[in-house]
Unconditional design. Structure first.
Length: 60
């Protein structure tokens, strides 16, 4: 009797492992960063260009 429940649990665990929920949440997560990353790239050049220039003179 104990062997049967164990087998059922093992099969259930394997079935759940095959279609993992995290895998579905990963695509959206990566898509989200891509959008902000583009916006940051556009805002980074101006900000980074002014920050280093202004930070260099005072520090130097």
């Amino acid at each position: 009797d104990m062997a049967n429940p164990q087998m059922d649990f093992g099969k259930a665990a394997i079935e759940l492992d095959l279609p993992p929920p995290p895998a579905q949440t990963e695509p959206p997560a990566f898509l989200r960063p891509r959008e902000p990353s583009i916006a940051y790239l556009h805002h980074d050049p101006p900000h980074l260009a002014t920050l280093p220039l202004m930070a260099q003179p005072p520090k130097a």
